[in-house]
Design a protein around this ligand. Structure first.
Ligand code: GLU
Length: 304
């Protein structure tokens, strides 16, 4: 069996709930079904959004569900030197640059081009601070951005294959624009931290919620800029809340019940399309049956 390293990468902005358990379970099952390793990475770079104690609570909840990482968890807040080193390399290669624009500057530049800013849409950066347009022009840097245009200034299309969603493609230059790597408040952006850490940990397979699928092309672009390998991707179905949005703490998600982990696992398996009545009297025996069911569905047989 080829080497496989998977991971679950929760942001400790709250406890594990029915939605995040789906991603945790799917990534664990996929790792086990491939005879691989499963890691947990606490993504706590966005410190203002983190909730004190949520990291340890998530690890306890996972353990209660029988989901125990094969190595000690990694905290992103302890890895900031690696993000700086990656940014330095990108800047030295001419692939990243400092940006002095405030949100307002960006909105004004977009409005001047006749682009109406959509509140929940992407705010595609118009490239005001790109070096060839005059750079910072004496203003202090706020954020650092990745160039999303090609070497000749062409648009960059990223095509990728999701194991569940099938072939995907995106014009990253036009639809995303120059991605923030380090924010104006000095915090490292998720996009940079996730790519640096997946590469550093040798992650071969990313299994995570479908809400993140749209981030994948910009992460692939960043992997290429850093010269690291692109993992395989599988984006899992989301759990929806009563308001029709992805289930989250904001719309009423309840923490996974530590008193009944089996019920929580069964509910997560249903979202993943696994058989409703898998045998198992406790998390460990249920997970063994679930791994077989996952394997049958998502792991192609090896040709002999
Ligand atoms: N930390 C991200 C989140 O909780 C997940 C990152 C990932 O799996 O790539 O939404």
């Amino acid at each position: 069996m080829a080497r496989y390293i998977g991971r679950f990468a929760p942001s400790p902005t709250g406890w594990l709930h029915a939605g995040s358990l789906v991603a945790a379970l799917a990534s664990w099952l996929d790792a086990r079904a491939h005879g691989g390793r499963w890691l947990v990475r606490i993504e706590d770079v966005d410190r203002p959004r983190c909730v004190a104690g949520a990291d340890e609570a998530i690890l306890r909840q996972l353990a209660r569900c029988g989901l125990v990482p094969d190595e000690p968890p990694v905290w992103q807040s302890r890895r900031e030197g690696h993000y700086q080193a990656a940014l330095d390399r990108l800047v030295a290669a001419g692939l990243a640059y400092p940006c002095a624009c405030s949100r307002r500057d960006i909105d004004e530049a977009l409005a001047a081009r006749g682009w109406v800013h959509q509140r929940h849409g992407e705010r595609v950066y118009p490239g005001t601070c790109r070096p060839e347009r005059g750079g910072l022009r004496g203003r202090p840097p706020r954020a650092w951005r990745l160039r999303t245009d090609g070497p000749g200034g062409d648009d960059v299309w990223i095509a990728w294959l999701d194991r569940r969603l099938g072939p995907q493609r995106q014009n990253v230059t036009q639809e995303v624009g120059d991605v923030v790597l380090r924010r104006a408040d000095g915090l490292w952006a998720y996009q940079l931290a996730v790519v640096v850490d997946d590469a550093a940990q040798g992650v071969t397979d990313v299994v995570r919620g479908e809400d993140l699928a749209d981030n994948t092309p910009r992460q692939i672009l960043l992997q290429r800029a850093l010269g690291v390998t692109t993992p395989r991707y599988l984006h899992t179905p989301l759990v929806m809340a009563a308001d029709g949005q992805k289930l989250s703490k904001q719309n009423g998600a309840q923490p996974v019940d530590l008193d009944d982990p089996l019920a929580a696992l069964r509910a997560a398996a249903t979202v993943l399309g696994l058989p409703r009545e898998l045998p198992g009297a406790n998390p460990a025996s249920w997970l063994a049956a679930a791994t077989q069911a996952w394997s049958a569905r998502w792991v192609p047989p090896v040709a002999s």
